[in-house]
Design a protein around this ligand. Structure first.
Ligand SMILES: [Zn+2]
Length: 304
C-alpha cells in the first residue's frame, strides 16, 4: 500500500485522474494481486471495456462490485473528493456544503454520497467496547423541551456508552433505543459492550437485568431519571454530540436519519486522536471497499 495523502496538495496530486483512484481501490481490494471473485484464479486480461477479466473463467470482475461504489455513476474522483472533504474537516460537512465544494448540480447526488459514506463508517464486525464502560441515555431532537421521561414523543432516546479510562473517555458507541425499558437497553448494551465487562450506570431500573446478562454492574449515581443527570463521561460525549449536530447539521436531523449522524459522530469521536486526517481518509476508503452496496430505497427514511 502506497499510503495516504497527508495534505490537500498531496491529495490532489495523488488522485488527479480516474485511473489513479481505481489503482488505489485495486490495492485495497487485492493487496496480494488480483483474485477472481468467481474461481479464485490470479490472472486477468484487461481491455478498455473489461478492466479485469479472469483469464481462466472469463468472469468480468469489477473493482466496484460488492462495495458501496457499486452501480454508482459518479466518477471515483468525485467519491474520493467527497471522502477527503468529509474526513479533512474537523466537524465534517453537510450535504449542502459538500454540494457547493464539489460543484454538483443535484442535491440528491450529494445526499446519496454522504449517506453511503456514513454506512461505511460503521466498520463491519467492529469490536465492542471494553470495560469499565459508563452507560446512560439521552434525548436528541424535538422542537420543545416538553415532558421528560417516557412522555417525550418527538424526541429520540439514544443510549450512550463510553469506555471509562481512569476518568477519561475512550471509545464510544451510540445506539438509538425505543424506550428506556430493560428490553430496549440491555440488547443495545450487548451490541455495544464486551460481555462480562463492568458497566457503570445510574440507579435506573432498566439496567437491573445487566448482571443476569453476564455484566457486572456498578451504580455510580443513585438518581434514576431517564435522560437526565448524566454520568460524567456520558455527559461530556453528549454535549459534544449536541454541539456537533447543531453546528454542522443545524441541530435537527429527522429521527429517521439520526442513525447516520450517530454513526458519523462515533467514527469521528473514536478517531479523534488520529495522527492525521489522511489516515482517516485511508480508513474510510478501506471501509467503503469492505461495505456491501446500499440501494437507494434502503437508505432509511429517504431524503432529508
Ligand atoms: Zn475466474
Amino acid at each position: 500500500m502506497e499510503g495516504y495523502p497527508k495534505t490537500m496538495l498531496e491529495f490532489e496530486r495523488q488522485f488527479s485522474t480516474e485511473e489513479a483512484c481505481q489503482e488505489y481501490l485495486y490495492q485495497m481490494r487485492w493487496p496480494q494481486g488480483f483474485v477472481c471473485p468467481c474461481c479464485g484464479h490470479r490472472k486477468f486480461w484487461s481491455s478498455k471495456i473489461d478492466r479485469y477479466r479472469c483469464s481462466h473463467c472469463e468472469y468480468r470482475a469489477s473493482i466496484k462490485a460488492g462495495t458501496i461504489f457499486q452501480d454508482s455513476r459518479i466518477p471515483l474522483r468525485v467519491w474520493f473528493q467527497a471522502i477527503w472533504q468529509v474526513v479533512s474537516q474537523k466537524h465534517g460537512i453537510s450535504a449542502l456544503g459538500l454540494q457547493r465544494v464539489l460543484g454538483l448540480n443535484r442535491y440528491e447526488t450529494t445526499w446519496n454520497i454522504l449517506h453511503r459514506l456514513r454506512t461505511a463508517m460503521v466498520r463491519p464486525g467492529r469490536d465492542r467496547l471494553i470495560g469499565p464502560v459508563q452507560v446512560d441515555e439521552i434525548y436528541i431532537g424535538g422542537s420543545h423541551p416538553g415532558k421528560r421521561g417516557r412522555g417525550a414523543t418527538d424526541k429520540t432516546l439514544v443510549l450512550v456508552a463510553v469506555e471509562d479510562r481512569d476518568g477519561y473517555p475512550g471509545r464510544i458507541r451510540l445506539h438509538k433505543v425505543k424506550d428506556a425499558s430493560g428490553d430496549s437497553l440491555i440488547p443495545a448494551i450487548k451490541e455495544s459492550v464486551e460481555s462480562a465487562a463492568e458497566v457503570r450506570t445510574d440507579g435506573w431500573q432498566g439496567y437491573n437485568r445487566l448482571s443476569r446478562s453476564g455484566y457486572s454492574r456498578t451504580i455510580i449515581r443513585e438518581t434514576a431519571e431517564v435522560g437526565k443527570n448524566l454520568l460524567p463521561l456520558a455527559n461530556r460525549v453528549t454535549s459534544l454530540l449536541k454541539r456537533w449536530l447543531l453546528g454542522t447539521h443545524q441541530g435537527k436531523p429527522s429521527p429517521s436519519h439520526l442513525d447516520y449522524y450517530l454513526d458519523e459522530f462515533v467514527f469521528r469521536f473514536n478517531r479523534r486522536t488520529s495522527r492525521s486526517r489522511g489516515l482517516l481518509f485511508y480508513r474510510l476508503v478501506e471501509q467503503a471497499v469492505n461495505t456491501a452496496p446500499v440501494k437507494d430505497q434502503d437508505i432509511r427514511g429517504g431524503r432529508d
